[in-house]
Write a protein that binds this ligand. Structure first.
Ligand code: FES
Length: 105
């Protein structure tokens, strides 16, 4: 059966990317040319790929509470390497200094 595909839009950018169900947002972003998204451990442990989901449904995998607290999770902060879409999404990407990335590599 073919996997469901969702459209992901990013605050500050016009283009959308496609992310399949069960595909981590980080993987889809990298595959589709977002070389400027911070990438580290890819396992939810370093916190460098922090994002905020502004709209849409998603599920998360295991991630370090040190980098995304329970309070932050309630505000839809997450880690792109451990976030999987369940619908079309709109999100915001941060650099480590919390500066929003707006330039596509
Ligand atoms: S790359 Fe390390 S938490 Fe996502």
């Amino acid at each position: 059966m073919e996997k469901e595909k969702f459209q992901i839009s990013i605050k500050g950018l016009d283009e959308k990317i496609i992310c399949e169900e069960d595909e981590a947002l980080l993987t889809a972003l990298e595959k589709q040319g977002f070389a400027k998204i911070p990438v580290g451990c890819r396992k939810g442990g370093c916190g460098i790929c922090k994002i905020k989901i502004l709209e849409g449904e998603f599920k998360i995998g295991k991630m370090s509470i040190k980098h995304v607290s329970l309070a932050e999770r309630k505000m839809n902060f997450s880690l792109a390497c451990k976030t999987f879409p369940k619908s079309d999404l709109r999100l915001e990407i941060f650099k480590k200094n919390n500066k929003v990335i707006t330039i596509r590599a």
